[in-house]
Design a protein around this ligand. Structure first.
Ligand code: SF4
Length: 482
């Protein structure tokens, strides 16, 4: 029998696009679960699958934190679980296709365990057409909740379990910052710390400002307490996370800046500090100074280019020109000569010409990126980009994409050569699945290094001499006195 639907709130792109000038409100939530939910959750197993970016990784850590606090036990097989939650990504169409594929295959879970629950959350369900599709075609999904509704999970689960209805609750409001949600980190060496949520930039290809809402910064004091606790627990690396970290603070107090936050976190003594993602338009002089001054701020910057053509950049709403981007790269390289630069590039934005694309290739060779995430443009319903007419055939975009990948690999291989023969600090993260004496870790510049060593080096920073370079990884050996 089909379950009835309870729709608390459905997504609205119009509401999601609203922005007020009000300062961000910080709300501390106390999840008070019902006693019947606590009783129900005892010994029940859950499985959470995370698609997409690091923001989703942290959201899943919160979802797991809530579930474990309720009494659920983690399980690594969805088919043996009592509750499966898929935390989805909307950035490209193929990410959405994968989720629908998995939701389809989870019918098997319902066939063997009628009581099992399936939940969908994340950026995908912030879109009206996706929720309609799930409502119509995927009756096996019991609970749909949005990116702003995670802290409401105990209430929504309670309702989904005990009312035996399908529950939908997706807010599209501007949102506040919710503190006090528990979080479970599986990684004991490296941690992501959210410093802000949402984005106000509205680049014309991007769905994030709609799915994650208004830019909302956390208080410095809350971020510092979290980072100090990570240092106390022995974490070796923190990455400060946000859609546009260098716009941090402006929604709280005009005098707050990302550079001052970065400096405050560097002073906690965490051995390695990173941040992502930076928007070139918001990069400040003050940030250069902090990166150069503190040895624990890693010399590796992710600086999304998206296109090398001024015309395409303008139509993307990126707010910088190729000349301004180049000047930023020049300045970074002058101040921090060994800096590693990584980037994101989109190929085939509507009506990108051959000439536009050649300018992107020129930029790749100018900036000498250490690596790049490259994508073929995927129109997202509701964004201005999706309404732009596009005459360029897909085969042309694909051919450009292949040339771009080659250019990126060529630059990355050249950059990798500089490591050979030198000794670097490597944070050891684990060992190879096949050979447990082959360890892997990352340099300060985020280059993957594989080398022979004993398991007790995992979690430590070790000196490694580089013997061989490949495009995206290095082979080394523990240096004498390493
Ligand atoms: S700055 Fe980043 S997250 Fe924000 S709209 Fe642009 S691409 Fe999307």
């Amino acid at each position: 029998m089909k379950k009835q639907l309870i729709e608390h709130s459905l997504p609205s792109l119009k509401d999601a696009a609203k922005r007020s000038k009000e300062q961000t409100k910080i709300v501390v939530e106390d999840l008070k679960p019902s006693s019947r939910l606590l009783e129900y959750a005892k010994n029940k197993r859950y499985f959470v699958r995370t698609y997409g970016c690091q923001a989703n990784v942290v959201d899943s850590e919160m979802i797991e934190g809530i579930l474990q606090e309720l009494g659920f036990i983690p399980c690594d097989d969805p088919i043996k679980s009592d509750l499966v939650i898929l935390n989805t990504c909307a950035i490209r169409e193929n990410a959405e296709d994968k989720v629908f594929g998995e939701v389809g295959s989870l019918k098997r879970l319902k066939d063997q365990n009628k009581e099992a629950l399936i939940g969908l959350c994340g950026c995908m369900v912030q879109q009206t057409h996706i929720v309609e599709k799930v409502k119509q075609s995927y009756p096996q999904v019991d609970l749909i909740f949005g990116t702003h509704n995670i802290y409401r999970l105990p209430i929504l689960l309670d309702e989904a379990i005990f009312s035996e209805r399908r529950i939908i609750e997706i807010y599209s409001k501007e949102g506040e910052v919710i503190e006090g949600v528990p979080l479970v980190r599986e990684d004991k060496i490296k941690a992501f710390v959210n410093i802000m949520y949402g984005c106000d930039k509205f680049c014309t290809y991007c769905i994030v400002p709609y799915t994650r809402g208004k830019q909302r910064s956390r208080r410095v004091s809350d971020i510092l307490v979290e980072c100090q606790e990570l240092v106390r627990q022995g974490y070796q690396e923190i990455t400060l996370l946000g859609q546009n970290v260098n716009a941090y603070g402006k929604d709280l107090d005009e005098n707050l800046s990302f550079a001052s936050l970065l400096e405050a976190v560097a002073k906690t003594g965490i051995p390695r500090l990173r941040f992502t993602t930076s928007h070139p338009w918001d990069f400040t002089r003050e940030m250069f100074d902090v990166i150069a001054k503190y040895d624990n701020v890693m010399p590796c910057i992710h600086l999304p280019l998206q296109s090398g053509s001024d015309d395409v950049l303008r139509r993307m709403g990126r707010r910088y020109t190729s000349a301004e981007y180049k000047a930023l790269v020049d300045e970074l390289k002058k101040m921090i000569p060994d800096i590693a630069l990584t980037t994101d590039i989109i190929v085939g934005f509507p009506n990108e010409t051959d000439d536009d694309f050649e300018k992107t290739l020129e930029m790749v060779h100018y900036c000498h990126y250490d690596s790049a995430f490259t994508f073929i443009y995927s129109p997202r319903i509701g964004t201005p980009g999706a309404k732009m007419k596009d005459e360029t055939p897909f085969e042309v975009k694909k051919a450009r994409f292949e040339r771009l990948v080659k250019a990126v690999e060529e630059e990355a291989s050249k950059r990798a050569l500089r490591y050979v023969g030198n000794v670097y600090d490597v944070l050891v993260e684990g060992s190879s699945k096949k050979k447990d004496d082959i360890l892997s870790g990352y340099t300060e510049t985020l280059k993957l290094v594989n080398f022979k060593g004993s398991q007790d080096l995992i979690g430590k920073i070790v000196k490694v001499k580089i013997l061989e370079s490949h495009t995206f990884s290095l082979i080394g050996e523990v240096a004498e006195n390493g």
